[in-house]
Ligand binder design. Structure first.
Ligand SMILES: Cc1cc2nc3c(=O)[nH]c(=O)nc-3n(C[C@H](O)[C@H](O)[C@H](O)COP(=O)(O)OP(=O)(O)OC[C@H]3O[C@@H](n4cnc5c(N)ncnc54)[C@H](O)[C@@H]3O)c2cc1C
Length: 465
């Protein structure tokens, strides 16, 4: 049966290429129409480039701590100012790594028999896609199902227009050849916080402009408090309750004007104002695909849109703007359409990470949900400073936090703040996903000494006699 199913996918990011791989595995005839390069924004401009830049920043953070651990490098006094960052080389590495990864994915698609058409796709009803290639030629693709995974693009304002040189979106930062002298990052969500943290670690004078009273307003409040405290201690200027009105360039300087009239001047500005979905001019109306007021495609938990036979996945749905979620939504869509076993998307099980220094990783229920009475849970929070491995490694900031249901003691969520929190969250993610109890979690051996020992210790503290 699946052999005859023609699947057409718009967009070659994680939502698109992961669903293509699943559909091909299940025997479908799969075509991906992609306009900007396989891997999508995730691989070419967002996730992969930013985390590659952050890898260099992390090394700088480690070197900053080297002196405390007794390291004396010849000719290096221990001051980071003595180390220079060759940003042109860093960015060349970023771009080549992104291009390589895009190539790897394209080859994998080819190997699995997925056809790729370079061009823009649009729907013509719910069983046909028109692909327009860069030279303007059109191809009509008949489809038994269509998956829309066209992603999202950086939001800009008329009063804050990027020029690609000094006023930059997050996609443009990799064209810089030299470190900014004075960088202003506007927006203190995940993207703004990550870039501010990375450039600070690279030795840049950074001002973070936040319209809210704290950085990372969407994250665990204890975690964002640690990040803010550490960032300020390292020299970041954090302007809370400061809403940007405009960003203007004048020669070599940029001025950010706030709604209360204050002005901040720097050499460069990164705009991190959120994303808008790539859903305009897609022919959605022709197929009966409904969007919300922000233009995001409405989907259910198996990625179905309002139009029969049309699915959507990833940032264009605005469900949760993560590469991992985009990929899962895409896979679910194909499992569902092609009749494989499928469980609906469960956002309570999503693990995510903010790649700042320290990192902030979370999974499952949040402190906010507990405080709002949406879920009843007990909480234990342990600072990493008391962990033996943390002491040995000179880690002073961060914590682990566990949430578990009273009674059965089922682990329903957790937060890890510290170096490599993105790796440390995984056992907690398994516990949440498998509904393990705090006792079961605590029973598993951890290595001594290890940071994960604190996770087990937190679980032990949730034991009830
Ligand atoms: C700076 C930054 C860092 C991030 N870091 C992380 C991270 O560390 N971890 C994480 O999980 N997530 C991260 N994200 C989020 C992640 O990048 C997105 O959630 C992910 O890219 C969504 O995948 P997608 O497939 O929906 O869309 P995309 O990756 O945007 O891919 C969509 C593709 O479709 C193409 N397209 C658009 N319109 C059409 C059309 N009409 N026809 C054909 N093709 C079209 C686009 O050009 C694009 O190539 C980050 C985001 C940003 C901004």
């Amino acid at each position: 049966m699946p052999e005859s199913q023609r699947v057409v996918i718009l967009g070659g990011g994680p939502g698109g290429y992961e669903s293509a791989l699943v559909a091909a595995q299940l025997g479908a005839d799969v075509t991906v129409v992609d306009s900007d390069g396989i891997g999508g924004s995730a691989v070419l401009t967002d996730c992969v480039p930013s985390k590659t830049l952050i890898a260099t920043a992390e090394l700088m953070t480690d070197i900053r701590g080297a002196r405390e651990l007794g390291l004396r490098l010849p000719g290096f006094t221990g001051l980071v100012a003595d180390l220079t960052v060759d940003l042109a080389e860093v960015n060349a590495r970023v771009k080549s790594l992104a291009a390589e990864q895009s190539g790897d994915i394209a080859r994998r698609l080819e190997r699995d028999g997925v056809k790729v058409i370079v061009g823009r796709g649009r729907l013509d009803g719910n069983e046909r896609v028109i692909a327009t290639s860069p030279d303007g030629t059109e191809q009509v693709l008949e489809a038994d199902t269509i998956l829309i995974a066209t992603g999202a693009a950086p939001r800009t304002l008329a009063s804050a227009q990027p020029d690609g040189e000094r006023i930059l979106t997050w996609e443009q930062v990799y064209d810089l050849d030299e470190l900014p002298e004075k960088l202003i990052v506007v927006g203190s969500g995940v993207t703004g916080a990550e870039f501010a943290s990375a450039y600070l670690a690279l030795g840049v004078d950074v001002t973070l402009v936040s319209s809210r009273d704290r950085v990372l307003p969407g994250e665990d409040a204890d975690a964002s408090a640690v990040l803010e405290e550490v960032s300020i201690r390292k020299g970041m200027h954090v302007l809370g309750q400061s809403r940007m009105e405009s960003v203007v360039r004048d020669g070599d300087s940029v001025t950010v004007t706030l709604t209360d009239g204050r002005q901040v001047t720097g050499s460069h500005c990164i705009l991190a104002l959120g994303s808008i979905p790539n859903t305009a001019d897609l022919g959605l109306e022709s197929a009966g695909v409904i969007t919300d007021d922000g233009g995001f495609i409405k989907v259910d938990r198996v990625s179905r849109t309002s139009a029969r036979g049309v699915y959507a996945a990833g940032d264009c749905t605005g469900v949760l703007m993560l590469a991992s979620v985009a990929a899962m939504q895409g896979r679910i869509a194909m499992w569902h359409f092609l009749g494989d076993a499928v469980a609906p998307l469960d956002l309570k099980k999503v693990a995510s990470n903010v790649f700042t220094a320290p990192e902030i990783a979370t999974v499952g229920c949040s402190q906010k949900a507990v405080e709002a009475g949406e879920i009843v849970a007990e909480t234990v929070m342990l600072p990493l400073a008391g962990n033996p491995r943390a002491k040995m490694q000179g880690i002073h900031d961060g914590f682990v936090k566990l949430f578990c249901r009273p009674g059965m003691g089922i682990v329903v969520g957790g937060v890890v703040v510290g170096p490599r929190a993105s790796e440390l969250i995984h056992p907690l993610s398994i516990a949440v996903s498998e509904s393990l109890t705090a006792d079961q979690f605590a029973q598993a051996f951890t290595v001594y000494p290890s940071l994960s020992g604190s996770l087990a210790e937190a679980a032990r503290r949730l034991h009830h006699v």
